[in-house]
Design a protein around this ligand. Structure first.
Ligand code: NAD
Ligand code: DAU
Length: 350
C-alpha cells in the first residue's frame, strides 16, 4: 500500500458511526500512522456515542454526508488524497428492507457507485467493499459458501448488497480499479443496534421483555465477534489482491434456538421468555462461511471464543444501560427525527 510521504496512511471509512464501522475506526487508529476520515450521514443506526472514546484523536475526523451525495463525496475526495476507502455505509437490517426497500437501493447500490466513481476520479489507492454472506442466499443442511458460490440473494437488503458487489467487481474488470470485496458472516459484540437478534435479546432480557423467535427457530447463522471482522478488514486492505473476494467467518454455526439457550444460560433467565412469532418472509435457512481463502492468503484467524465473547457482550450491555436505553426509549429517535425527519429516511439529496 501507498503510505503517503512514507509515513501517514489516509483512510476514508464510510458508515463509521454504526456497529462494525465504529469498531473498525477504533481498530485503524491502533495503527500508529493511520489517519481516519469517517464519512457517515448519521441515520437512525449511526450513533456518535459509538466513537466517543476516539473522536478526540487528532488522527480522526467525522464528515457528516451521505455516500449518495455526489457533490459532497467529490469535495471530500478532492480535499484529501486518500490511500483507501473502506465502504461500510449501508442500510443493514433485513426486516426493514422487507417493509421499505428503497432506502436500501439508494444507499447500498447508488451510494456505492457514487463512491466508486469518485474514487476513480481522485485516484484513491484501494477500494474495500464490505459485503455480506447473505449475497449467496441460503444453504441446505450441508456445505459452505465459498467465494465461487453463486449469488442468490433473497431479501431486498441482500439483493442490494449483491448489486453493489457486482458494481465493485465490474470496476475492476472495466477500469482496472483496485478493489477488494469482503463477505462476512453475522457479527456480534458491543455497540450493535438493538434491532438485531443478539442485542435485542440481551436488552429485552435485562428489561424483562419477551424474546421473539421467528418461525421454528432452527435457522442457522455463523457468528463472528465484530473485533475479528475488523481485524480481517485491515488484513484485506493491506494484504488482499486487487479484484479478489474474501469470505470471512469463524466456523461458528448456531441455530437461533441455540443462541437463545446460550443467552438464557449466561443471563440466568427462564426459557419462558422465548416466544414464537410468525416467520420472516423469505427467511434464509442457513448461512455457513468457508473462510479458508482469507486464512490462507490474508493470514486471518479469529481470536474470540464464542462463549467468552457472548459473556463479554452481555456484560457490556449490562454495564452500558444508557447507550441502549437512550435508543430503546425513543430519546435517541427523537434526536434523529429532529435532525432528519421520518425514520429510515437518510438525507439523500434530491
Ligand atoms: P449499521 O446499520 O450498524 O451501521 C450503518 C452505518 O452507516 C450507520 O452509522 C449509518 O449512519 C451509516 N449510513 C447509512 N446510510 C448512509 C449513507 N447514505 N451515507 C453515509 N452513511 C450512511 O450497520 P453494520 O451492522 O455495522 O454493518 C456495516 C456494514 O457491514 C454494512 O455494509 C453491512 O452490509 C455489512 N455487514 C454487516 C454484518 C452484520 O452482522 N452486522 C455482517 C456482514 C456484513
Ligand atoms: O449474515 C450477515 C448479516 O447478518 C448482515 O449482512 C446483516 O446486515 C445483519 O443484520 C445480519 O442479518 P440477519 O438477518 O442474519 O440478522 P438478524 O439479527 O436480523 O437475525 C438473525 C437471525 O435471528 C435470523 O435468522 C432472524 C432471527 N431473528 C431475528 C430477530 C431480530 C429472530 O428469530 N427474532 C428476532 O427478533
Amino acid at each position: 500500500m501507498n503510505h503517503l510521504g512514507g509515513s501517514a496512511m489516509r483512510i476514508l471509512v464510510t458508515g463509521g458511526l454504526g456497529f462494525i464501522g465504529s469498531h473498525l475506526v477504533r481498530r485503524l487508529l491502533r495503527e500508529p500512522e493511520v489517519l481516519v476520515t469517517n464519512l457517515d450521514v448519521l441515520t437512525y443506526a449511526g450513533n456518535l456515542a459509538n466513537v466517543a472514546d476516539v473522536a478526540g484523536s487528532d488522527r480522526y475526523v467525522w464528515e457528516q454526508s451521505s455516500i449518495t451525495d455526489e457533490v459532497a463525496v467529490d469535495r471530500i475526495l478532492r480535499e484529501t488524497q486518500y490511500d483507501a476507502i473502506i465502504n461500510l455505509a449501508a442500510e443493514s437490517h433485513v426486516d426493514r428492507s422487507i417493509s421499505d426497500g428503497l432506502p436500501f437501493v439508494k444507499t447500498n447500490v447508488v451510494g456505492t457507485q457514487v463512491l466508486l466513481e469518485a474514487a476513480r476520479r481522485h485516484q484513491v489507492g484501494r477500494f474495500v467493499q464490505v459485503s455480506t454472506d447473505e449475497v449467496y442466499g441460503s444453504l441446505g443442511e450441508h456445505g459452505y459458501f465459498t467465494e465461487l458460490s453463486p449469488l442468490q440473494p433473497n431479501s431486498p437488503y441482500s439483493a442490494s448488497k449483491a448489486s453493489a458487489d457486482l458494481l465493485v467487481l465490474a470496476a475492476y474488470r472495466t477500469y482496472g480499479q483496485n478493489v477488494v470485496v469482503t463477505r462476512c458472516s453475522n457479527n456480534y459484540g458491543p455497540y450493535q443496534f438493538p434491532e438485531k437478534l443478539i442485542p435485542l435479546y440481551i436488552t429485552n432480557g435485562i428489561e424483562g421483555k419477551p424474546w421473539p423467535l421467528y418461525g421454528d427457530g432452527l435457522n442457522v447463522r455463523d457468528w463472528l465477534h465484530v473485533e475479528d471482522h475488523v481485524d480481517a478488514l485491515w488484513l484485506a486492505l493491506s494484504r488482499g489482491q486487487a479484484g479478489e473476494i474474501y469470505n470471512i467467518g469463524g466456523h461458528n454455526e448456531r441455530t437461533n434456538r441455540q443462541v437463545a439457550l446460550t443467552l438464557l444460560d449466561i443471563m440466568g433467565l427462564s426459557p419462558d421468555i422465548v416466544v414464537s412469532v410468525p416467520d420472516r418472509p423469505g427467511h434464509d435457512r442457513r448461512y455457513a462461511i468457508d473462510p479458508s481463502k482469507a486464512m490462507r492468503e490474508l493470514g486471518f484467524f479469529p481470536r474470540h471464543d464464542w462463549t467468552e465473547g457472548m459473556r463479554e457482550t452481555v456484560r457490556w450491555y449490562e454495564t452500558h444501560p444508557k447507550w441502549w436505553q437512550t435508543i430503546k426509549s425513543g430519546e435517541y429517535l427523537q434526536f434523529y427525527q429532529r435532525q432528519y425527519g421520518r425514520l429510515g429516511d437518510a438525507p439523500h439529496e434530491s
